[in-house]
Ligand binder design. Structure first.
Ligand code: ATP
Length: 442
């Protein structure tokens, strides 16, 4: 019996950054021009992974009988941001070091620190800096044509609350889910795709009757934690963090973060907030449209309360990479594996002919063609089979199918498993069923 190999999880984010670049998950934006700070592009594998993260979230939300989907515009009426409080209050305290010119978010400087955390130099007084990106609508660059790139997707949901409720004939409680880009002119972006200025959010706003909000908050906390566990995140790396008095946003009645233990420490993955009646109340006030809901059964009218689950798509993706990363074995026999849940894995099956010879490559491609309608696959014939397995391990492909010379006669192929490295000989007529089963019951 072989001993189980020594396993090392990710402790240094830089290792992941270089794997992501080497294998085509994430590239620096505008790299040939020297890059642009804190902007990233998703490469061929990254975009597959991102689609899979979004699909997992979208299905978990919109397949529920009590949630509808939405895709609202990024540019919105400027009054939306007045009503939401973003124009007046969406600020971070900006602090500069007079000596080394480093820039900090005042609330992130450890308490009791007198001078610059870098050089000890004198710091400026904090200035409130609004995080919204401004632009102009139409040809004139004047005050009246200022619009904002949305800093969150949630407002698109609130302003469409009535449209969705009426057209889908919804009764409260129900929710609206949306995935989309958001923009924040962050003072201190960084840590790879953890904090960027352009990112994607996956937000769901659940509208409930006042008085039932605490119960729904508890339910959503549990459901959202289960979602991460379902997709294979290690339990030890997840926890709740409750916002204390000082941390609570102006709109929030209660707030919990789901935090993930990144190599940079415990950080927020997703916020779950009880926003009370703040949002619809404010939009009713500023738009002067009645946004009350009429409850048939009790003949009551009320402004619904909102339980929000607000997750970062890029941040979930980063966490999925950190969580999946492992190095197995010793220096001379080390393999790097991304142990993704199959639903997240960018490539589900790799098809590998044992040699490049046409008599093997032809039938291997034919076999691959049978799968392309159903899942993302890859074909690779370059270098030794061992090296190709390792390459697939490093991008997290759960299964490799190898077509060898025996396959020509016995019509069987070898299926090699990423995690156990076990190999099964499978009849080609049974292959599809076998693969489906393995991916489902991982
Ligand atoms: P922070 O206080 O760290 O700036 P926040 O509490 O304002 O963040 P939310 O407004 O609750 O964040 O945003 C919801 C989710 O959107 C976050 O949990 C995170 O996953 C994601 N998110 C927010 N800002 C960024 C960003 N700059 N880059 C990437 N993801 C982000």
């Amino acid at each position: 019996m072989s001993q189980s190999p020594k396993i090392q999880h990710l402790t240094d984010l830089q290792k992941l950054v270089s794997l992501c670049k080497r294998r085509g998950f994430v590239f620096q934006s505008s790299e040939i021009y020297g890059g642009i700070n804190a902007c990233w592009d998703y490469g061929p594998l990254g975009v597959e992974l991102k689609q899979n993260v979004k699909k997992a979230w979208w299905n978990a939300m919109t397949r529920r009988p009590d949630i509808e989907g939405l895709d609202a515009a990024i540019l919105m009426h400027p009054l939306v941001w007045k009503a939401s409080g973003h124009i007046d209050g969406f600020t971070d305290p900006l602090v500069d070091c007079k000596k080394c010119k480093s820039r900090f978010r005042g609330d992130q400087i450890p308490e009791g620190t007198k001078g610059c955390p870098n050089c000890g130099g004198e710091l400026t007084e904090p200035r409130n800096f609004n995080l919204m990106f401004k632009t102009f609508m139409g040809p004139l660059e004047e005050e009246a044509s200022i619009v904002y790139l949305r800093p969150e997707t949630a407002q698109g949901i609130y302003v469409n609350f009535q449209n969705v409720q009426v057209t889908s004939r919804r009764k409260i409680p129900f929710g609206i889910a949306q995935i989309g880009k958001a923009f924040r002119n962050e003072i201190t972006p960084g840590n790879f795709i953890f904090r960027t200025r352009e990112f994607e959010q996956m937000e769901m706003q659940f509208f409930v009757k006042p008085g039932t909000d605490d119960q729904w908050m508890e339910k959503w906390k549990a459901w959202r934690m289960e979602w991460y566990l379902k997709y294979g995140f290690r339990k030890d790396n997840l926890r709740f963090h409750q916002h204390g008095e000082g941390e609570l946003a102006h709109y929030a009645k209660a707030a919990f973060d789901i935090q993930y233990q990144f190599p940079i420490g415990w950080q927020e993955l997703e916020g779950i907030h009880n926003r009370g009646g703040f949002d619809l109340g404010r939009h009713q006030e500023f738009s002067k449209k009645n946004l009350e809901y009429f409850e048939e059964a009790s003949k009551e009218k009320y402004i619904p309360f909102v339980i929000e689950t607000s997750a970062g798509c890029d941040r979930s993706l980063l966490a999925s990479l950190c969580d999946a990363y492992r190095e197995e074995g010793e220096a001379d026999d080390l393999r790097t594996v991304l142990g993704f849940h199959p639903a997240l894995a960018p490539v589900k099956v790799a098809f590998l002919p044992l040699s490049k010879k046409e008599e093997l490559s032809g039938p291997t491609t034919k076999l691959q063609e049978e799968f392309i309608d159903e899942m993302h696959t890859q074909y690779d014939e370059a270098s030794s089979i061992g090296k190709r397995y390792r390459r697939q391990d490093e991008i997290g492909t759960p299964l490799c199918v190898t077509f060898d010379f025996d396959s020509l006669n016995d019509k069987k192929v070898t299926v090699r498993h990423r995690d156990t490295m076990a190999q099964d000989r499978v009849d080609m007529t049974q292959l599809k069923e076998y693969v489906r089963n393995k991916l489902k019951n991982f």
